[in-house]
Write a protein that binds this ligand. Structure first.
Ligand SMILES: Cc1cc2nc3c(=O)[nH]c(=O)nc-3n(C[C@H](O)[C@H](O)[C@H](O)COP(=O)(O)OP(=O)(O)OC[C@H]3O[C@@H](n4cnc5c(N)ncnc54)[C@H](O)[C@@H]3O)c2cc1C
Length: 392
């Protein structure tokens, strides 16, 4: 297993210096030596070092003065790797992030958007209430632009129990930067109404109920956009694994529209050639969100898109229990790990915070089957900006 700290857009213009012990002419003496290689030869050098029993001391990008930790070259090396310093911040990722709009509108001076659509995403017999809500953003100065993977804030009308205006709530954006109608002036959300029982009474969440009930034409206070954790790589050859439960599908919908929706591809000029794999968890089939679109992408792009569903109240896992997303991860662990070995693969997780321990458990077991320690690999993927989590 290799866990590379390389980003998807490293090219041969990036030269790396690898400091190695007990390799080549230094093999017998256990002395250290430095080897400079272009990015294209980095992986094969690491393999060769591993095969010949050398030990990688550090890997440094030529443009960066600080030593990056060794990228493990093989399972044994991965287990032993003990980074002494944080990996160099990948230059390509910084460039990618530079153009991302943040906080164009703040809570004191929010943008006032107009609701254009609000409809249920659920089929007959579903549990709860989940709506797709679209806002017109035209007329803003500056224009409220955003990119895939960001969130916006909504300030619901009314006041809290202390007579103060409500605080904003964040929602992941569910539309691409071009909007569902490709007119570059709308934003869509996917909102689940929060409802719970307390002392025999049903409590409705303030903002989620405000949004699910809102009518077209209504004016809404919008802030943001915010967030750089869930951005897509620029690379058209990237591979993307998506783990979503419930409304955690919102950012995944933006990625998949950007990748596979014909009108989007035409407009965005980003012709995704990598592989995408969506794992979606829902309680019932009727609760699957945007399911028709994803089924269509899977049939139109069978080489590029896989769609795996975990429907907890209808499907059984290998032990006869309910089928959760982590069970699907366990079932496909071998393949997921082989994807992750590729430095072009990014993993995105979004949904309720409660999904994280289950996924971690599944990844830990899968890694252990390969003789690897997930608690060591995950931070390496995170540092390489290939492991993206937004849970709430
Ligand atoms: C980055 C980010 C992205 C998000 N994206 C989305 C999204 O795409 N879609 C979406 O629907 N939501 C999303 N959320 C969640 C959203 O921000 C709100 O938290 C959610 O809609 C609830 O807000 P509310 O005003 O309806 O609830 P509130 O009125 O604020 O009530 C929430 C409070 O109720 C209490 N509570 C909740 N459940 C229970 C319970 N079972 N028992 C007792 N008390 C309870 C807790 O104190 C909780 O803080 C996101 C959150 C973040 C941070």
């Amino acid at each position: 297993m290799r866990v590379s700290t390389a980003t998807t857009s490293c090219s041969d213009s990036h030269v790396f210096t690898v400091v190695v012990q007990g390799y080549g002419s230094a093999q017998e003496s256990n002395a250290e030596r430095s080897i400079s290689v272009p990015f294209s030869r980095l992986q094969s050098l690491m393999q060769s070092i591993s095969q010949l029993g050398g030990k990688v001391i550090s890997v440094t990008a030529a443009s960066d003065a600080s030593a990056a930790p060794a990228a493990p070259a093989a399972p044994a090396a991965a287990k032993k790797a003990t980074p002494t310093k944080a990996p160099a911040k990948p230059a390509a990722a910084a460039v990618h992030h530079a153009d991302v709009p943040v906080n164009l509108y703040k809570p004191k001076t929010p943008f006032i958007g107009t609701v254009t659509e609000n409809y249920s995403l659920l089929a007959e017999g579903a549990i709860g209430r989940v709506n797709h809500i679209t806002f017109d953003l035209s007329g803003g100065d500056p224009h409220l632009r955003y990119v895939e993977g960001q969130s916006i804030g909504i300030i619901p009308d009314g006041e809290d129990a202390n007579g103060k205006p409500h605080k904003l709530r964040l929602y992941s954006i569910a539309s691409t930067r071009h909007g569902d109608d490709m007119a570059d002036n709308t934003v869509s959300l996917c909102v689940r109404q929060l409802q719970y029982e307390k002392d025999g009474e049903t409590i409705n969440g303030v903002c989620s109920t405000f949004l699910c009930d809102i009518e077209p034409g209504a004016k809404v206070k919008i802030t943001g956009p915010v967030g750089k954790e869930m951005l897509l790589p620029d690379d058209e050859d990237a591979n993307v694994i998506m783990l979503a439960t419930g409304t955690g599908i919102a950012p995944m919908r933006t990625y998949l529209r950007r990748m596979f929706e014909p009108t989007e591809r035409e407009k965005n000029g980003w012709h995704f050639k990598g592989k995408a794999w969506l794992f979606m968890g829902a309680p019932t089939t009727a609760n699957l969100l945007y399911d028709d679109d994803f089924n269509r992408y899977a049939s139109e792009f069978p080489e590029n898109f896989r769609y795996t569903k975990a429907i907890s109240r209808e499907q059984q896992n290998a032990n006869g229990g309910r089928m959760y997303i982590q069970d699907r991860v366990s079932e496909n662990a071998e393949e997921i790990f082989s994807w992750i070995e590729n430095p072009k693969t990014h993993v995105y997780m979004c949904g309720l915070r409660g999904m994280e321990p289950g996924i971690d458990e599944a990844m830990t077991a899968a890694a252990a089957a390969k003789g690897l320690a997930w608690h060591e690999l995950r931070p390496q993927l995170k540092k390489a900006e290939r492991w993206h989590v937004e849970t709430y």
